[in-house]
Design a protein around this ligand. Structure first.
Ligand code: ADP
Length: 290
């Protein structure tokens, strides 16, 4: 697929003309998605934003076949999603979905067994299961000392990291996170964001991040899709979307103060090379002007 001049980029997910109606044919049917078409490229980090009820969860559940398309198509790594048991099993291994409040799905006696659940289901040999568990716990920033503990003895943020490790242990090529920082305190939020940042820097995982928090989105993703009443109403590079006052107003996007500060300083003649995505970038850019 040819994109942006001669630059070739592999597509991870391609959605075309996707519409979805809950309780179709019943008096209370509800159209949750209307003619959604998007492309997500391999290795990129994208954000999906929109108010509650705008269709974010419905859309992302199509990515690993939890919801099958009614109208339109969804292709993952070039293959159209189809209702075939074997296909869907493989798809769910390749596309890991971290649900909202994933810690509510922890169930095993130890952290180890929880993280090992997926790989054991794949019937991998126990030494490979162990290797994956060790890799995944490290990836979410916890030490192996946690492995023998009961998941229920952990803090909220730790539980959530264990739940994410359980998805990572499947070695997904696409990781979809639905509101992963919801309900966490600032420290827990920071921990989850650094897990996602680490994954993003490893480049081979495509990250799809659903969030209400524009601060989280700004610090993590390169492109965003804004959903409103089941339609994609805006898509683009995050700094371009946030800079567009008309769009920001029209779709009621709460652009983080830190980003606005960077733009304001630029207008005042400061030499700002990078959009202010987080306090570290802001500090670096401001220091250059002193
Ligand atoms: P978001 O994730 O952005 O909050 P959802 O995809 O959950 O949005 O919901 C989109 C619309 O579909 C909403 O109007 C919601 O009430 C409706 N909806 C979601 N799930 C169901 C369901 N299981 N049955 C009926 N309607 C649903």
């Amino acid at each position: 697929m040819e994109e942006r001049g001669s630059l070739k980029r592999d597509i991870a997910i391609e959605v075309k003309g996707l519409s979805y109606i809950y309780s179709r044919g019943l008096p209370y049917e509800k159209e949750a998605l209307t003619s959604v078409s998007i492309k997500i490229f391999k290795g990129e980090a994208v954000g999906i934003v929109g108010h509650t009820g705008s269709g974010k969860s419905t859309l992302i559940q199509h990515f690993n076949g939890l919801i099958l398309p009614q109208v339109g198509t969804v292709k993952v790594f070039g293959e159209e999603i189809k209702n075939d048991k074997k296909f869907l099993k493989e798809l769910r291994r390749r596309v890991g979905l971290v649900f909202q409040f994933p810690e509510s799905q922890l169930f095993a006696e130890t952290v180890y067994d929880d993280i090992a659940f997926g790989p054991r289901n794949l019937k991998l040999p126990e030494d490979e299961v162990k290797e994956r568990v060790m890799w995944a716990i490290n990836e979410v920033g916890l030490t192996s000392e946690y492995l023998d503990r009961s998941p229920f003895s952990l803090s909220g943020g730790e539980k959530r990291r264990v739940a994410i490790a359980g998805v990572l242990s499947m070695k997904p090529e696409i990781l979809v996170l639905d509101e992963p920082t919801a309900g966490l305190d600032p420290q827990g939020t920071e921990e989850i964001l650094s897990v996602v940042k680490r994954l993003k820097s490893e480049k081979d995982v495509t990250v799809i991040f659903v969030s209400h928090s524009m601060e989280d989105i700004l610090s993590l993703v390169d492109r965003i899709f804004v959903l409103k009443e089941g339609r994609v109403v805006v898509e683009g590079k995050i700094e371009e979307v946030f800079k567009n006052k008309e769009i920001v107003e029209l779709f009621d996007l709460s652009v983080p103060d830190i980003f606005l500060l960077g733009e304001e300083l630029k207008e005042k003649g400061f030499k700002i090379d990078e959009p202010f995505r987080d306090p570290l970038i802001a500090k670096k850019e401001i220091v250059k002007n002193i």
